[in-house]
Design a protein around this ligand. Structure first.
Ligand code: DQA
Length: 147
C-alpha cells in the first residue's frame, strides 16, 4: 500500500506559523512522525507540499496511477477551491481531508469545506495527530476496498 500525503499553502511554515494554533513542530518533523507510524502499520508514504493550486491539482492527477490513496491538508484552499474539489472528484482513489486545527471553532469562513463532499472523510482539531489519524483512516478504507 502506498499513500501520498499532500500539504497545501503555508504549511511549509509549520513551527513558525501561528504556533498557538498549529504547534511548534516543523512540517519536516511532522513528516518524520508520519513516516514512523506508516512503517509501524506497514504502508509506504510519500510527501508533497505546494503553495500553488495548480501544482496540488497536478499532484492529485499523478497520484491516481501511483498511489492507493491520499491524505490531504489543503490549507485555505479547503474553503474555496472548486478546482481542487473537482480534481478530488476526478481521481479514483480515496482522499482523506485533514486539518490540524478545529476549523469549526475558528473564523466563519473556515466552517465551510468545499472539498469535504468529495473526500472519504474529514479529521480536524488534533494538531499533528490529525495526520496520523488521517493515515490510519486511509489505510482502513484502502484495505477494505482491496478485499
Ligand atoms: C488548516 C486550516 C485552514 O483553515 C488554514 O487555512 C490552514 C491550515 C489546518 O490544518 O488547521 O492553512 O488546514
Amino acid at each position: 500500500m502506498n499513500i501520498l500525503i499532500i500539504n497545501g499553502p503555508n504549511l511549509n511554515l509549520l513551527g513558525k506559523r501561528e504556533p498557538g494554533v498549529y504547534g511548534d513542530n516543523s512540517l519536516e518533523e511532522i513528516q518524520r512522525e508520519i513516516l514512523e507510524k506508516a512503517k509501524e502499520i506497514g504502508t509506504e508514504v510519500d510527501f508533497f507540499q505546494s503553495n500553488h493550486e495548480g501544482a496540488i491539482i497536478d499532484a492529485l492527477h499523478e497520484a491516481m496511477d501511483a498511489y492507493d490513496g491520499v491524505v490531504m491538508n489543503a490549507g485555505a484552499y479547503t474553503h474555496y477551491s472548486y478546482a481542487i474539489r473537482d480534481a478530488i472528484a476526478a481521481v479514483k482513489i480515496p482522499v482523506v481531508e485533514v486539518h490540524m486545527s478545529n476549523v469549526s471553532a475558528r473564523d466563519e469562513f473556515r466552517h465551510t469545506s468545499v472539498i469535504a463532499p468529495v473526500c472519504a472523510g474529514t479529521i480536524a482539531g488534533f494538531g499533528k495527530n490529525s495526520y496520523i489519524l488521517g493515515l490510519i483512516a486511509a489505510v482502513d478504507i484502502i484495505s477494505k476496498k482491496q478485499k
